[in-house]
Unconditional design. Structure first.
Length: 110
């Protein structure tokens, strides 16, 4: 049985836009992105520069449910480091444990 999703809120090409996140992905450090909206379907592919990536999983997760392992998939050492990064991306926005996000997990493909 395949999971049904609501309509996407943005194009997959907008999934990763910050240069530092692109660099983490190209170094193989980042294999997940959390967004407020859904940007991709499982099985969808996209390009970052000349590299192709495959979205393997898309699911909901509240920020407060994140673990250190989730933060590592985002390219950070631990959850505290990820939370600090969010503050630089969204200054003044408090970390809201109840905030739902869409998690997009992916891998590089040839």
């Amino acid at each position: 049985m395949s999971e049904s999703f609501p309509p996407k809120t943005c194009s997959i090409d907008r999934l990763v836009t910050r240069e530092e996140d692109v660099a983490r992905i190209l170094r193989g450090e980042k294999t997940a992105v959390r967004r407020n909206g859904r940007y991709a379907d499982p099985g969808e592919q996209w390009m970052i520069r000349e590299h192709r990536f495959l979205v393997e999983k898309v699911y909901r997760q509240k920020l407060g449910e994140m673990t250190d392992e989730d933060a590592k998939k985002e390219g950070f050492l631990d959850l505290a480091s990820y939370q600090e990064y969010l503050q630089t991306v969204h200054p003044g926005m408090p970390f809201a444990p109840g905030m739902p996000t869409w998690v997009h997990e992916f891998r590089a493909i040839k």
